[in-house]
Each structure stands twice: as structure tokens, then as C-alpha cells.
Design a protein. Structure first.
Length: 305
């Protein structure tokens, strides 16, 4: 009765990995309980997610083939576009959020178009907007650019509006840090950069004032929801963003955070279920409205729905 912070199933978003092919249900070795799923299995999983009362999924694509330009990312027949159509057809009330980024689709694993061995910010904007439009055309409710190119929220908003998708919202990864917590995700998506790192386009972990500047830019460009990522080591950033802006704030409890808990629990060193719930509530306490987490299904069960 006197608890100040509540975690509810309504706050949760569950990430899903759509893999090209058939009959695929491949557990990610570093993420127990998380699978690469071909579309028919993805639909089954989405039905379960909806039955648990989780309102939304965040969809990532693992294409059959990667290339230097990441063409599958903006093909109407791409893996994510195909998966979105199947999800909206089978579970229409489940909110579908799509990751808009190139690192899952490029053979070099960077989040954009390369020129002279570096990511070309402005050349990437155009293809990001094209990619978002294909997601919207497939039925995505919300697009979520996760690359951190400067100006991409504005470019995507313009691209969507020009094609008649004014009602598709943008959840921007506004303050995304180039840290070490994404390792297991990169196993899941085969998206580790083949050279260098993401520090030329994503944030330096010690910076928080810069995070507020990044969020302000995305808000000005038309973001509908702003995200801080990762969550656990950045609870102060979540709080600062919450206090400074009135938009909904999302936080991404990323792969490394999930895997650490699973690994600790497997070794018998911590009570994994208890710690997972404690982490999720701490993210809410820091000020996040939405929590994107691989533990969403477990949490929904623990919350008793
Ligand atoms: C794509 C993207 C990544 C994540 C979300 N979108 C990977 C990355 O930036 O390397 C990471 C999510 C996670 O670690 O759970 N850019």
C-alpha cells in the first residue's frame, strides 16, 4: 500500500529476433531463454506474449544474407517486414515496434553506410528513412531507430509523413552509450562490428550532460518516446532525462544486463528471479515509463497475470 514504485506488466516491452528461414528456434547461447525464431515460430511466441498481457514487442531482424549496404533493411520482402505483416495479421492488438538500424544487415556490422572506412552520417539518414517506411508499410506501429546518427529522427519523421504514415510513432534511442553491455545481443544478431567500434556515433559512458543534449535534439526533431540505453549502469541518466523532458521515457535493460543475472543464477551465486525483479523495479524507480527487457515474460508471470 505504501510502495512508491510499481512495476506492472503494462510497462514491459519484449524483444524478439526474427530469423530468415523456416523451422528455426535457436537459443542464443549467451542469452538463456532467448531465441532466434523463424516467422511461424515468432507468431507463436507473440501469441504467448500477448496472452501474458505484455503490450508490445520490439522486433529485430536477422536476414538470410548480409551485404555492405544492408539491403534487406529496406526491402519490402525483408525479414522484419515479413515478420511484421505476420504479427499484425495474427495478433493485431500487440503493439509492434521495429528496430531501425543497419548493423544487423551489413556484412561489416556497422550501423550505417561506409565511406572510406568510416560511417557516413548523412548518407545513412536517407536509407534509415527508407527502412522505416518499409516497416510502416508492413504495419509497424512504432519505429525505433537505434543507430544514433545525427538527424535521423527528423529524416525518418519526414520520410514517414511523405508516405502518409503520420500516425506511426518514433521511439528514439536518444541516449545510447557505446559500451560493453551489448555483447550477447551481437551474438544473437551476428552484428558485432568487423573493425573498430561504435564510438563515432554513440555516446561515451562518462557523459550525462551530452545525453540531455542528444535527447533535446531528438525531441526537437519529432521523437514521441525517448530511450536511454543501457539501463542498469545509467539509472542516473534515466532520472535526469525523466526530470528534464515530459515525453514518455523508455529504458533498455540490454542483453549484457540480462545475461549477467542468468549467469550468476546458474552458478548459484545470486537468486536470479529475485534480482531480475529488483533490477526492473529500479529502472522504473529511476523514472522510466517503459522497460524493454528479455525478462518480460518471466516478469509478467511473477507479476501474476
Ligand atoms: C542495433 C541494436 C543493438 C541493440 C539494440 N539495437 C546492438 C548494438 O548497438 O550493437 C542492443 C540491445 C541489447 O544489447 O540487448 N544497433
Amino acid at each position: 500500500m505504501v510502495r512508491e514504485t510499481k512495476l506492472s506488466v503494462d510497462d514491459l516491452v519484449y524483444p524478439l529476433f526474427a530469423a530468415a528461414g523456416k523451422g528455426i528456434r535457436r537459443e542464443v547461447p549467451s542469452m538463456p531463454g532467448v531465441f532466434n525464431l523463424s516467422v511461424e515460430n515468432l507468431v507463436k511466441e507473440a501469441r504467448e506474449v500477448a496472452r501474458l498481457g505484455i503490450p508490445a514487442v520490439l522486433l529485430f531482424g536477422i536476414p538470410a544474407k548480409k551485404d555492405p549496404l544492408g539491403k534487406d533493411a529496406y526491402s519490402d520482402r525483408g525479414i522484419v517486414q515479413t515478420a511484421v505483416r505476420a504479427l499484425k495479421d495474427a495478433v493485431p492488438d500487440l503493439v509492434v515496434i521495429t528496430d531501425v538500424c543497419f548493423c544487423e544487415y551489413t556484412d561489416h556490422g556497422h550501423c550505417g553506410i561506409l565511406k572510406g572506412g568510416e560511417v557516413d552520417n548523412d548518407a545513412t539518414l536517407e536509407v534509415l528513412a527508407r527502412s522505416a517506411v518499409t516497416h510502416a508499410r508492413a504495419g509497424a506501429d512504432i519505429v525505433a531507430p537505434s543507430d544514433m546518427m545525427d538527424g535521423r529522427v527528423g529524416a525518418i519523421r519526414k520520410g514517414l509523413d511523405a508516405e502518409g504514415f503520420q500516425k506511426v510513432s518514433i521511439l528514439s534511442y536518444a541516449a545510447k552509450y557505446a559500451g560493453g553491455f551489448y555483447g550477447p545481443f551481437r551474438d544473437a544478431a551476428g552484428s558485432a562490428p568487423s573493425f573498430g567500434d561504435r564510438r563515432s556515433y554513440q555516446m561515451d559512458p562518462p557523459n550525462v550532460r551530452e545525453a540531455l543534449r542528444e535527447v533535446a535534439l531528438d525531441v526537437a526533431e519529432g521523437a514521441d518516446i525517448v530511450m536511454v540505453k543501457p539501463a542498469l549502469s545509467y539509472l542516473d541518466v534515466i532520472r535526469r532525462v525523466r526530470d528534464a523532458f515530459d515525453l514518455p521515457v523508455a529504458a533498455y535493460n540490454v542483453s549484457g544486463e540480462y545475461s549477467m543475472v542468468k549467469a550468476g543464477a546458474k552458478l548459484g551465486w545470486i537468486d536470479g528471479d529475485r534480482v531480475m525483479m529488483e533490477i526492473l523495479v529500479s529502472i522504473r524507480r529511476a523514472g522510466a515509463d517503459l522497460v524493454i527487457t528479455y525478462a518480460a515474460k518471466e516478469a509478467a508471470k511473477a507479476l501474476g497475470r
